[in-house]
Ligand binder design. Structure first.
Ligand code: G4P
Length: 288
């Protein structure tokens, strides 16, 4: 599987598209959950168009795995687009308490107009959207105290929409079906591969790890030096860094060649487990 040909991925968008369109009139706002490490690549490309005109709350989730400075930049970027933003670590529950006040601030004018019509304490409804693996279920469970096991979310497995109460005046609409990321963009596929959102068995691991090395070498060279005890030269190719790290770790094959495949797996495992540090893998400037 070549990384630049991810068009094999099933793009069954019809069902979520229909659901979003059908339910949009029943909600006051849309909450889009993103992976703070790859906020652009973890977006669904159709959400903007499908939900145009609805107040938007962006949840930058997985902040525990992202570069805190970059998370601030991303939050500022989305605010500059007119969105409300909160930063969360849904796994530990960090930041999720801000959700309901963020929604109320976002919908301040709407609440005032409901109240003007005598609808005091009217329930606010928020549609929650996110591509697989951003932490949507974990987030909804933490915000609402919902205990149910994760709903089946695989292709071919149907489930209905769910209204999930957060408190007396706030409800979430958990959306069925899968919202795909923008797979047709090869950079997006690669970044989703870095985070493990695309299964490893469909990726070329050495290619993927080389690209990750190149990115980390360019943006976080000290982290590579610290973890793998290698010097990182400016502009050094990723495969060279992979080889250097493999050699340092002693991953040699007969003949003295470095086992870069083994090093590739180790790098990706260690990156995903947070052993190298907290990194953001794309920058708002790239999208400006
Ligand atoms: P989804 O509905 O968007 O598909 O994602 P889900 O909530 O199932 O979360 C996917 C995985 O990501 C889960 O890990 C979950 O614990 C983890 N996760 C969700 N939010 C965060 C976060 O903010 N920070 C971190 N570090 N992890 C997060 P898992 O491997 O399926 O299970 P487990 O590791 O929790 O046992």
């Amino acid at each position: 599987m070549q990384l630049d040909s991810l068009s094999w991925f099933p793009g069954h968008m019809t069902k979520p598209r229909r659901m979003i369109t059908a339910e949009l009139g029943n909600v006051d706002a849309v909450c889009e959950i993103l992976d703070a490490r790859i906020p652009m690549s973890s977006r669904n490309p159709d959400v903007d168009e499908l939900t145009a005109g609805k107040p938007r709350l962006i949840v930058l989730n997985r902040v525990d795995q992202a570069d805190p400075e970059m998370t601030k930049k991303w939050a500022a970027y989305f605010r500059s687009l007119g969105c409300a933003v909160i930063e969360t670590d849904a796994k530990q529950g960090g930041g999720v308490k801000q959700f309901s006040s963020a929604v109320r601030t976002l919908l301040h004018d709407k609440i005032a107009s409901y109240e003007a019509k005598g609808q005091i304490g009217r329930v606010l409804r928020v549609m929650v959207l996110g591509i697989p693996n951003v932490g949507k279920s974990t987030f909804i469970n933490k915000v609402s105290g919902r205990k149910t096991a994760k709903a089946e979310d695989r292709p071919g497995v149907t489930r209905g929409k769910q209204w999930v109460p957060v408190d007396k005046t706030l409800e979430l609409l958990d959306t069925p079906g899968i919202l795909w990321p923008k797979f047709e963009d090869p950079n997006v596929g690669v970044r989703l591969g870095f985070t493990g959102a695309i299964r490893d068995d469909v990726m070329d691991m050495e290619d993927l790890a080389s690209r990750l090395m190149a990115y980390l070498g360019a943006h976080y060279p000290d982290a590579l030096t610290e973890r793998y005890k290698i010097a990182v030269e400016p502009g050094e190719p990723g495969w060279e860094l992979l080889e250097k790290a493999g050699r340092k770790r002693g991953f040699l094959m007969s003949g003295g060649e470095v086992n870069t495949e083994r090093m590739a797996r180790i790098l990706l495992d260690e990156y995903r487990a947070g052993k190298l540090g907290r990194f953001t893998l794309e920058l708002p400037e790239e999208n400006a």
